[in-house]
Write a protein that binds this ligand. Structure first.
Ligand code: LLP
Length: 428
């Protein structure tokens, strides 16, 4: 592998592997999602080299082209809907490598997953367990399950992306876990295979994982004493990434080896499973956008770009920070850019906002940038929970998606057309 990062600058211009972002914006238009095959491969290998089983959280990026790359690497997948299972299969993934999480699995989704033969259902409540037993029974099958337990640990991340606290809807309450496992053991159409836990997302510290693991391992000891077999421990996803805002997550290899050693101290034969999303994809992708207008004002200077909250919801939804950089650095464009820019005649700070009719439609606050209309900006760390959370609000077609592999560009999703948005609608 090359030592140059997959996303880097050459003579002041931003490159994804061997292709310049200026050329991509010119050829494919903006807003445009671009992912690097090398970056996601390296991020995957950082997990997989430990020997742990990696299940890519499909919700982070469900593009078929992207999923197909992970399938070729031998990845498993973590899904939360039947739709995501269909995507995994269409991308060449195997159901036998899929774990099915989620609090609201419908009977139809269970039937589909059982028919396809998923590896494990991460069951999140006692009534879900009952339903799964019934559905598997109707099909004459046994459903492999682990319970997703809620360890009541504070991951100290954004409240909307904490999932392992008592007040969250996720998982079986810790105090009910033993009883629910015993019930599962009695069920004729359920086969207990392991235990699962997911405490949240964008967690940049190992400590909350170890706290959760302590509780999970205590429970595993109790379960074994009761004769409940636990062959795997799924520690969920959630490792955070550096968004360029001072976050300092541990290196994946260090995170993974710390978790595995802790588990193997007590359970030397347990398989260790992970369900990462953001840490595989976040920093493997960017969203390119073009400056439409500059609107300096008394209180704020607005830089209006052609990407909006419908394309990248994270800033408006979670107050999330994404670094925003010019694709071509000012020095490379010559003196004119800085001198004609902004209210002060030089670089100034801008509210980077989109065209959507909402005051909450912002992508970055107070960014010091020397920009002019027509410039292309790159919104960094947009490879996870970017396109998958995009909407058609304001009848905005969603962006195209590209995967760059060396010098080769793959269009893994065409830009939507307005006409395609009408499909399925009818005049009265
Ligand atoms: N497994 C389960 C059961 C999950 O609920 C999630 C994420 C993951 C794995 C993957 O977590 P990751 O490694 O990506 O942190 N839309 C939010 C993130 C929501 C995460 C929900 N669950 C965002 O843009 O920050």
């Amino acid at each position: 592998m090359s030592s140059t990062p997959a996303i880097h600058r050459e003579n002041g211009t931003l490159y994804i592997e061997g292709v310049s972002c200026s050329a991509l914006a010119k050829q494919y238009g903006t807003p445009l999602y671009v992912y690097s095959r090398r970056a996601l491969t390296e991020a995957y290998n950082a997990y997989a080299s430990s020997g742990a089983k990696v299940h890519v959280a499909v919700k982070a990026n469900s593009n078929l082209g992207v999923l197909s790359l992970f399938a070729r690497l031998g990845a498993g997948f973590d899904i939360v809907t039947g739709g995501e299972l269909a995507r995994v299969l269409a991308a060449g993934g195997k159901a036998s490598n899929v774990v099915f999480s989620g609090v609201g699995k419908s009977a139809d989704e269970m039937r589909y997953a059982l028919r396809e033969g998923v590896k494990c259902f991460n069951v999140e409540s006692a009534p879900e367990l009952e339903r799964l037993n019934d559905v598997a029974g109707e099909m004459g099958l046994k459903a492999p399950v682990s319970l997703r337990v809620n360890p009541d640990v504070d991951p100290k991340t954004h409240p909307y992306i904490s999932t392992g606290l008592k007040g969250n809807k996720f998982g079986v309450a810790f105090s009910d876990a033993l009883g629910t496992y015993k019930r599962a053991q009695e069920m004729p159409h359920v086969q207990v295979s392991g235990i699962d836990c997911h405490i949240g997302s964008q967690i940049t510290d190992i400590a909350p994982y170890l706290d959760a693991l302590d509780r999970v391992l205590d429970l595993v000891a109790k379960l074994k004493a009761e004769g409940v077999p636990i062959a795997h421990i799924d520690v969920g996803g959630g490792l955070g990434i550096d968004y360029g805002n001072g976050d300092a997550p541990p290196k994946t290899e260090q995170f993974v080896s710390t978790i595995i050693s802790r588990i193997h101290e007590q359970e030397p034969t347990a398989e260790v499973w992970f369900e990462p999303g953001r840490s595989l994809l976040g920093n493997a992708g960017v969203l390119l956008t073009t400056v439409e207008y500059l609107k300096p004002g008394e209180e704020k200077n607005f830089c209006i770009v052609d990407a909006g909250m419908n394309d990248l919801a994270r800033p408006s939804m979670y107050d999330a920070f994404h670094d925003i950089v010019p694709v071509v650095e000012t020095a490379e464009r010559g003196e004119d850019a800085a001198s004609t820019n902004g209210v002060d005649g030089g670089a100034t700070t801008w509210e980077i906002v989109g065209p959507v009719c909402e005051s909450g439609d912002w992508l970055g606050h107070d960014r010091a940038l020397a920009v002019q209309p027509g410039d292309v900006l790159a919104i960094l760390s947009a490879g996870a929970y970017g396109f998958t959370m995009a909407s058609n609000y304001n009848t905005r077609p969603r962006p195209a998606e590209l995967v760059v592999d060396g010098e080769t560009v793959h269009v893994v999703r065409e830009r939507e057309t307005v006409q395609s948005l009408f499909a399925g609608e009818h005049l009265i």
